[in-house]
Design a protein around this ligand. Sequence first.
Ligand SMILES: C[S@@+](CC[C@H](N)C(=O)[O-])C[C@H]1O[C@@H](n2cnc3c(N)ncnc32)[C@H](O)[C@@H]1O
Length: 286
Amino acid sequence: MAGTRVLSESAVLNTWIARLLANEGWREPAAFVDRADAMDRLDLHLVGAPYGDARDRAERLIEAMEAIDRDLFDHLRQRIRVGEGRQALSPWLGGAVSPGQHYDALDALLAGVLAIDEPEIDDPSPPPEMVFYQPTPARHIVDGIRRASISAGDIVLDLGSGLGHVPMLVHVLTGARTRGVERHPAYVDSAARAASALALGGVSFVAGDAREARLAGVDVFYLFTPFLGGVLRDVLARIEAEAASRPLRVVVLGPCARTFARMPWLRSDDPDPSATDRIVVFRSSP
Ligand SMILES: C[S@@+](CC[C@H](N)C(=O)[O-])C[C@H]1O[C@@H](n2cnc3c(N)ncnc32)[C@H](O)[C@@H]1O
């Protein structure tokens, strides 16, 4: 039985290889999603495939695809450095926004483009009421930009910014000045290095507790449920105090939406402001 399965994995690999060689559209630099799909399939069938010709050919195809991706990432990084990031990334930004916290090809593309190193963290268990690092799926960042109408004149603060891809992508796509505050200094260092390598002068990161972050001048606050309970209440009270001096937008993802939805000083046009599986935008009441 095992021999039959091994043989059939080789046969399936050969079928995929033949298809990829018959239609080489995946060689187009912009065909990132096609390459990602093809590599997933080849990887899947490589797991059970025996050593031999099919395996070698599949591995060579994967290497060719990875090389095209590396060139694409270099090209996009160069466009970002000269201020053309929005136009350069636009082919991948359309489409419907599926709810949920899964990741997709846009996340894989941005991982290659932003090239943020993930450091080892000494204390992986966060203190009570604080949440560990998990990145916002990129499609939700794009959705938040659109629904909160973030533009070049805005100052945006990501409270609990992790490795910083929200401030970086928001700046690249809108020109807004963006900041992140994050309790792990090692994350802040990685984020700052990545932003500097992309010449993102309008992006900055600060190591510290969001309860003590500088909020002056911020127009848009972003929170992907970085904390809960008393920590969230303290930060909320500080944002409310800021709302006394200017109109604010608060963009949230995850369970913290329920807390924001209960605040009488915030309103939302969203049909379900307590939704936890997609972006919800709140505006301070005048
Ligand atoms: C769910 S992750 C969100 C990361 C990022 N905002 C994003 O959306 O991709 C939450 C982040 O908040 C950070 N964090 C938790 N409590 C914090 C606090 N009190 N002050 C600053 N950062 C905090 C965590 O270390 C983690 O990186």
